[in-house]
Design a protein around this ligand. Structure first.
Ligand code: HEM
Length: 411
């Protein structure tokens, strides 16, 4: 057609170009214009659902020799701990560690914990009403998953505050570079050292007690202490897994509680439908759609690399190249979900990639779903008509994506 200008080429993407509060229209431009895009940082950004799902399931895409984002000279303890996190492992070690944790972290364990999660959420939600305005992150969304994972791991109540401080310190380093404070690595390194030592002491205590005829304990530390030897896994793997479950198990859930509420506030009709919900499972269904609509993990970065030269959507990807999988874009792909930009808590968003897929599929899905459903239910019970006091402040991170501060009026 004469006069029709060719679509302008999309500029090389930098993560810092992606708007934090609403990255979705930028994703849409790249997903249709350049779905496997070579970014300004030298990484390949993958935007389409089919491509992201394929790579996540493909054994030819590996995590690589070690997580390059932790500078081992600056923070040796953190580097050592992170090396034992299954999310950064490749087969065969990955399978063995995952099996150890999965055996301890079963659906039954999570189901049995649900009444306790409700009790904790209910108590926290009650305290919110003591003030006119609260930071939901600090007062509810962060403490709830931390208390829960602390109980699952078997951290005694007296140690919970100590544990929480270290967990928050550790979180400093797992943030993307732009979101870190200048001394984040030093702070996180100390936290990693202290947490490792804590879990090692616990592990040894359980073993000694067992030698005297006691049970290992029915928490995750006990279950792993009991099985690690037979699985041929050392203490460093067990303590590293405990620290990993602690980090993986709270920040994402915190973000889901906040972003879930934000999405509902932006869609009053959906919030109203949920407020009047009576059918069992309605909140659970809504949670699944909230994870699809605005996933807490927007992208999986940090060295997913093809182990040989290959092709993806017509682009040549060199072996060892760094590939970034944009889960947030995949979940809004119109080729996979009808009207993907519409929040519809009645849809069944099967196949969303908010928890990843393939060998590294999130181990904590059952817990994450229960925490979010129970947490949002208890919040809406106390605050049926929540109102934002100010616009939320987003943490500068797209891996763990969401508000770092969210002021809400309680009445
Ligand atoms: C892996 C998301 C909660 C433990 C993952 C992955 C995603 C994810 C996207 C895949 C990472 C990759 O492929 O590189 C989420 C979200 C959560 C959540 C959105 C909450 C809303 C939890 C909880 C736990 C947990 C509560 C445990 C207490 C893990 C572990 C892995 C993982 C251990 C690594 C699995 C492996 O490498 O085999 N999660 N997660 N997650 N998640 Fe979650």
């Amino acid at each position: 057609m004469p006069g029709a200008a060719p679509a302008p080429a999309l500029p090389p993407l930098r993560a810092s170009d992606i708007p934090l509060a609403d990255p979705y229209s930028l994703y849409a431009r790249y997903r249709s214009g350049d779905p496997v895009h070579f970014g300004a940082d030298g990484s390949w950004y993958v935007f389409r659902h089919s491509d992201v799902a394929q790579i996540l399931a493909d054994r030819a895409y590996v995590r690589g020799p070690r997580p390059a984002w932790v500078p081992a000279d600056e923070c040796p303890h953190l580097a050592r701990t992170v090396r034992n996190w299954m999310v950064f492992m490749d087969p065969p070690l990955h399978g063995r560690v995952r099996k150890l944790a999965a055996a301890a972290f079963t659906l039954t364990v999570v189901r049995n914990l649900e009444p306790r999660i409700r009790q904790l959420a209910s108590r926290l939600a009650d305290t919110l009403l003591e003030e006119d305005e609260v930071d939901l992150v600090e007062r509810f969304a962060a403490p709830l998953p931390l208390l829960v994972i602390g109980e699952l791991l078997g951290v005694p109540p007296a140690d919970r505050d100590w544990f929480r401080t270290r967990a928050l310190d550790l979180q400093q380093a797992t943030r993307a570079r732009a979101g870190r404070s200048p001394n984040a690595f030093a702070v996180a390194d100390t936290a990693a050292r202290e947490l490792d030592a804590y879990f090692l002491t616990e592990l040894r205590r359980r073993r000694t007690a067992h030698l005297s005829g006691a049970q290992y304990g029915d928490d995750l530390i006990g279950a792993m202490a009991e099985r690690a030897g037979a699985a041929g896994l050392g203490d460093d793997v067990v303590t590293g897994t405990c620290v990993h479950l602690l980090t993986a198990g709270h920040e994402t859930s915190t973000l889901l509680l906040c972003k879930g509420l934000l999405a509902l506030l932006a869609h009053p009709d959906q919030l109203a439908a949920l407020r009047g919900a009576t059918a069992p499972g309605q909140m659970a269904g809504a949670v699944e759609e909230l994870i699809r609509y605005d996933p807490p993990v927007q992208m999986v970065t940090r060295a997913r690399q093809p182990n040989r030269d290959g092709q993806l959507a017509g682009r040549a990807i060199p072996g060892g190249g760094s590939v970034v999988l944009v889960l947030g874009s995949a979940n809004r792909d119109p080729a996979r979900f009808s009207h993907p930009d519409r929040l519809d808590i009645t849809r069944t968003p099967g196949g969303h990639l908010g928890f990843g897929t393939g060998p590294h599929y999130c181990l904590g899905t059952a817990l994450a779903r229960v925490e979010a459903a129970v947490g949002l239910t208890e919040l809406l019970r106390r605050m049926p008509h929540p109102v934002l006091a100010t616009q939320p402040v987003y943490g500068d991170d797209l891996v763990f994506h969401g508000p770092s501060r969210m002021l809400v009026r309680t009445r």
